[in-house]
Write a protein that binds this ligand. Structure first.
Ligand SMILES: [Fe+2]
Length: 305
């Protein structure tokens, strides 16, 4: 019997009738999938689905009982693959944009690669990343802001010589920190005049809304959850939604806050012109009661060539 399945459900032992992608990407047809290399190659194509023959091969992945150590190992490898692909995707997005700005030819092949990478990330990771795609459609400025904050947070993590795993978690946290804005109406997000008290209440609820979305989508990483919920808290205790004290604000959140504000100040919004990098850094540096100066120093290193 012929069955169409997602390329991510494919496993060794299945009989592949056809990989539904252009031939140039994977040209083998009608074969028993034995080699792991073939499996990996199929997953890297742009194909969304694969046609398998369940009469000539197995229909379901074999499920062997796993011990908890090998399960934990697999999870770690999986999260590293996701995060590495994510970093690669973000770097590629930036290089494509930079080339365009520099008047060079649009790199279509690289753009295709980014799309494949992001697809891979979205499939491997939780559905929270699918929520990100919805966010992109809803509000492009917020989507770009999340990509930018993600990259900056990882860079600061590198400059602070944090562990590789922590750096990857910072990247995920940056990408997902504003996910709560999915539920903020566009009229409020893009409003150029002063906000009414009710509009302010709605906008200030996005960290808690985002935190709930992430938890519902199975995100358990404390760092990612904390950055989402607390990224508008400031060291002087005047932030929102909980007005936390400095001692309650973690290093990851401090990194998130600094990157979030820096990117907001330096980008164009419907209600303001972008500040220069120097203007934003000077403004933040003077407010050491709000922002952690150690992080501002690293940010200066990160954004000044
Ligand atoms: Fe935010």
């Amino acid at each position: 019997m012929l069955v169409r399945i997602s390329k991510h459900s494919l496993c060794q032992g299945m009989y592949v009738e056809a990989v539904e992608c252009p031939d140039a990407e994977f040209n083998k047809k009608r074969f028993l999938l034995r080699e792991k290399e073939d499996l990996d190659a199929i997953r890297l194509t742009s194909a969304a689905s694969v046609l398998i023959n369940t009469t000539l091969g197995c229909a379901k992945p074999e499920t062997k009982p796993k011990d908890s150590l090998s399960e934990a190992k697999e999870k770690l490898v999986e999260s590293q693959i996701v995060a590495t692909a994510l970093m690669q995707g973000i770097n590629d997005v930036y290089s494509v944009f930079d080339q365009l700005v520099a008047g060079k030819e649009f790199d279509l092949e690289k753009t295709r690669g980014v799309v494949r990478t992001l697809e891979e990330v979205a499939t491997r990771s939780t559905s929270a990343l699918i929520q990100m795609t919805r966010l992109r459609k809803k509000d492009t400025a917020t989507y770009l802001h999340c990509l930018s904050v993600s990259t900056l947070m990882m860079r600061i993590g590198q400059l602070l010589r944090l562990k590789e795993q922590t750096i990857l978690e910072l990247g995920m946290a940056g990408l997902l920190h504003d996910i709560g804005k999915l539920f903020t109406p566009n009229q409020i997000l893009g409003k150029s005049g002063a906000l009414t008290p009710e509009e302010r209440r709605i906008i200030q609820s996005h960290p808690d809304v985002g935190y709930d979305i992430l938890r519902k989508n199975g995100i358990e990483c404390e760092l990612i959850l904390e950055v989402c919920r607390n990224h508008h808290e400031t060291l002087d205790g005047k932030g929102y939604p909980r007005a936390l004290k400095a001692s309650e604000i973690s290093l990851a959140v401090r990194i998130g806050t600094v990157c979030d504000v820096y990117d907001a100040l330096t980008s164009t919004r419907p209600y303001k012109k972008p500040w220069t990098s120097k203007e934003a850094l000077d403004w933040m540096y003077e407010r050491n009661e709000q922002f952690d100066r150690k992080i501002i120093h690293r940010l200066m290193e990160a954004v000044v060539d």
